[in-house]
Design a protein around this ligand. Structure first.
Ligand SMILES: *Cc1c(COP(=O)(O)O)cnc(C)c1O
Length: 335
């Protein structure tokens, strides 16, 4: 491998030496194992290419201060991927296989694991997709699960500047659709909206609930959190929001480490002017401060890196990096 400058990595793909691959055919998964081949050969009529039968996950491995290699709550990614598979009519991996793929891939690519203190980490991307050649619309019978690793820097370029968002006129998820699972199709339909947002100077789109367009859902790839003027954490709830592991962890951190009161409930667009702070959360960025949300010219401003968002970020990253004791079971050590 060429030498990597871990301090100046961005959130981008770097090819690493090994990835874990297992294929499903005739009703069962093969033994699976590591591969050096980063490319995939598919039939031109493979189901995923036409009908998007696919899902993915995103997680991180990193080195703690005391030199351990850990992964943050990977069994939640495993469970969420199983939910995504069931909703997409794809087979769930055999018990234990997901975490085995994580361990093998991280161990095989240790030279790409950024050192403690660089702010960089080894991003893990599990994917599953239908490979069967089809013309008619139906689920595939053959599938591939693949988990690759890529060293990454911070998602929004490292500077924790406050983000500029806008209320989006498009929807990301239909009522009773697939917003709650990690399907690539949810992203396909957001690409037009995010391109348009960037062209107009915004960092991200805020999507509203698709049925009534009166409540806040999330952005294209991160859940949202608000802090009330009383210092309560207010977290939008809806059946079409993707259940972010970072969000669920931050809620527990707020309650158990910071003694904050937490409200998980529908959040009306009409009330966001009452909040003091706003943040976006997800594996890639952990928690990023939001400076403003533009609703068609009406601008709501927030204290960018306010005290609560700052404390939440420091505590969760401290737990992840092993500087602050983690709740039982939050760090899976890879030896
Ligand atoms: C992956 C994802 C998130 C963040 O989830 P984490 O588990 O915290 O990484 C949020 N929203 C969407 C739409 C996502 O796909």
């Amino acid at each position: 491998m060429e030498t990597l400058d871990f301090g100046s990595l961005s959130f981008a793909y770097t090819k690493t030496d090994y990835r874990y691959v297992t294929n499903y055919a005739d009703g069962r998964w093969d033994a699976g194992g590591l591969s050096r081949d980063a490319d995939i050969t598919l039939n031109e009529s493979a189901c995923v290419l036409h009908y998007c039968q696919a899902c993915f996950e995103g997680m991180k491995a990193y080195r703690t201060k005391d030199g351990r290699v850990v992964c943050f709550r990977p069994e939640l990614n495993e469970a969420r991927m199983a939910d995504s598979c069931r909703r997409m009519v794809m087979p769930v991996l055999p018990e234990g296989r997901f975490l085995e793929a994580v361990r093998q891939t991280v161990r095989a690519n240790l030279s790409y694991l950024p050192p403690y203190g660089t702010g960089a980490s080894l991003y893990l991307r599990p994917i599953m997709f239908g490979t069967t050649p089809l013309l008619g619309v139906k689920p595939a019978k053959e599938f591939q699960f693949r988990l690759f690793a890529s060293p990454v820097g911070p998602y929004f370029g490292g500077s924790v500047r406050a983000l500029k968002l806008r209320i989006c006129d498009f929807d990301r998820a239909a009522p009773r659709g697939t917003g709650h699972i990690k399907a690539g199709l949810n992203y396909a339909m957001s690409l037009y909206a995010i391109t348009d947002a960037h062209e107009n100077g915004y960092d991200e789109n805020v999507y509203l609930d698709p049925a009534t367009r009166t409540c806040i859902e999330e952005t294209g790839g991160a859940n949202m959190l608000f802090v009330s003027k009383q210092g309560h954490l207010v977290v939008p709830a809806s059946s079409s929001i993707l259940p972010s592991i970072t969000r669920r962890s931050l809620i527990q951190v707020a309650k158990d480490y910071l003694n904050l009161s937490v409200e998980e409930r529908p959040v009306k667009l009409a009330e966001i002017g009452d909040f003091a702070e706003c943040g976006l959360c997800g594996t890639a960025a952990v928690i990023s401060p939001v400076g403003s949300i533009d609703d068609h010219g009406k601008i709501y401003s927030f204290e960018g890196f306010g005290p609560v968002i700052r404390k939440l970020r420091q505590t969760l990253t401290g737990i992840q990096m092993g500087d602050i004791p983690a709740p039982e079971g939050w760090l899976m050590e890879i030896d």
